[in-house]
Design a protein around this ligand. Structure first.
Ligand code: COI
Length: 461
């Protein structure tokens, strides 16, 4: 039995189903089930475990601006600083999430999908925390390999979490499930940003065009620094995501179908620094929702479908993208659960759909695993992150290319809000009953806001 399962089993001896008992024992001190039990009942004065130690550390939040300035003039010593920042930051952030999972009711953590995620996190935590200080480029190469492997290994985390929380609904309050999901997903975004940025900087440093011994220079015309695209143009992103979405909807519903046009107005020159794949995820998801709503509503009508109207508005601090459709609005019974990962009539249907396809649950192959290039169909921009799962629209349009259109995890909207709030933006939906929907995506355009690691509820607490 592996370490994670042992830890959970040890916990099960201690708690009745549903009880909340944080695991107190050291992960390292759990060599067997027998010992695990002994460790679980260990008195409180025992030296704290490695996890306890790492949980004491606070995450050090970053902003897009910091990442940009740091990566602009790349020297060997800066690259090594970046590596060591990752080396300490990743296990810290994972430790907090491990502790969150440990404090869930046992019946919840016993769910196979959630247990699998716990297992992955535990393994990554052990691997990361043991990595020695990175002092040379050689060390860094070794470290980058570990990062790459872990990014790939964690490819199924989002679908597993999504299915897991659907399966355990009823065992936890929906608000608690949603808070847990919001926190764990933000943390995952944050770790992947940190890891992918470091890998991208290493790639830049090793590229034939980079001269590590020359005086570091800042190229004012540079398009990107690592994963950060310095001048994302809102209009171009909507256009690109729109074209891809229209193509995929056409493929899913049949070429004969009239697809709504996308009209873009407003401040067409607005640009801002952002991680492109994050924005593509959100915009792709909103456009897909709008286009699908219009098509579903107009299916049996001959008239040309009304266009999706996109308005871009630039202010001193923000860029706001409003996406308006005439798809009939959101049904009243769905509206209260729009942002929930676990509740609402749509989620019930998702679970029924998933149950119809056991192979899918078993293998996860059709759930658009991040890092799998064959599922990158909707990625629109030339600079694609190799690992970014923001490009993989679980339950979203990409999936229409290879599985039934109704077989979606249904987390696109709450996931889009997690992405938009992560860089201090916001996403709001206003449904006009019987008419359509207005989605407002607000982006903080200066890039000077720190990543948001906690949900609003936690921040207010
Ligand atoms: C994750 O994807 O959840 C990870 O923690 C990956 C890691 C390499 C940052």
């Amino acid at each position: 039995m592996n370490v994670g399962k042992r830890a959970l089993f040890a916990c099960s001896r201690q708690c009745r189903a549903g009880a909340r008992v944080p695991l107190q024992f050291s992960i390292r001190a759990v060599p067997s089930r027998r010992h695990a039990h002994a460790a679980a009942v260990a008195p409180a004065w025992r030296p704290s475990s490695a996890l306890d130690e790492w949980v004491q550390r606070e995450a050090r939040p970053i902003s897009l601006r910091q990442l940009t300035f740091f990566g602009r003039s790349l020297t060997e010593s800066r690259l090594l600083d970046s590596a060591n920042y990752c080396r300490l930051e990743l296990p810290t952030r994972i430790a907090h999430r491990l502790r969150d999972i440990q404090t869930l009711p046992y019946v919840v953590v016993a769910n196979p999908h959630l247990a699998h995620v716990y297992e992955l996190y535990l393994r990554a935590f052990e691997r990361f925390r043991r990595f020695p200080e990175i002092r040379s480029l050689d060390d860094n190469d070794k470290y980058c390999k570990v990062l790459e492997e872990t990014l790939k290994e964690h490819a199924t985390v989002i679908p597993r979490l999504a299915i897991g929380v659907l399966e355990v609904r009823g065992l936890m309050k929906p608000e608690e499930t949603d808070k847990f999901m919001n926190t764990i997903l933000r943390s995952r975004i944050s770790r992947r940003v940190i890891a992918e940025q470091h890998l991208a900087l290493t790639e830049t440093f090793n590229s034939p065009w980079h001269f590590p011994h020359a005086q570091p220079m800042h190229d004012p015309n540079a398009e990107s620094v690592g994963e950060i695209f310095l001048r994302c143009n809102a209009k171009e992103i909507v256009e690109r995501c729109g074209r891809t979405t229209q193509d995929l909807v056409k493929r899913a519903y049949g070429a004969h179908l009239d697809i709504p046009e996308i009209h873009i107005n407003g401040h067409l020159d607005a640009t801002f620094p952002y991680i492109l794949s994050h924005l593509e995820y959100i915009v792709g998801e909103l456009l897909r929702n709008s286009i699908q709503a219009v098509i579903e509503q107009r299916r049996f009508k001959d008239a040309k479908p009304p266009p999706i109207e996109v308005l871009i508005c630039e202010t001193a601090q923000h860029v706001i993208i409003r996406i308006s459709d005439q798809g009939g609005g959101i049904p009243n019974e769905v509206l209260p659960h729009l942002w929930s990962f676990s509740k609402g009539p749509r989620r019930e249907r998702r679970l029924e759909n998933l149950a119809r396809v056991p192979k899918l649950l078993g293998t996860m192959q059709e759930l658009h695993v991040p890092g799998d290039a064959s599922h990158e169909a909707h990625r629109t921009h030339a600079k694609k992150s190799k690992y970014s799962d923001s490009g993989q629209q679980y339950g979203s349009l990409t999936s229409l290319t290879s599985r039934p259109p109704d077989l979606r995890l249904g987390i696109g909207l709450p996931m889009s809000r997690v992405y938009s709030e992560y860089w201090a933006g916001s996403l709001e939906i206003h449904s006009l009953e019987g008419f359509g929907v207005d989605a407002f995506l607000q982006i903080s355009k200066l890039g000077n806001k720190n990543e948001r690691l906690t949900t609003r509820a936690t921040m207010d607490a």
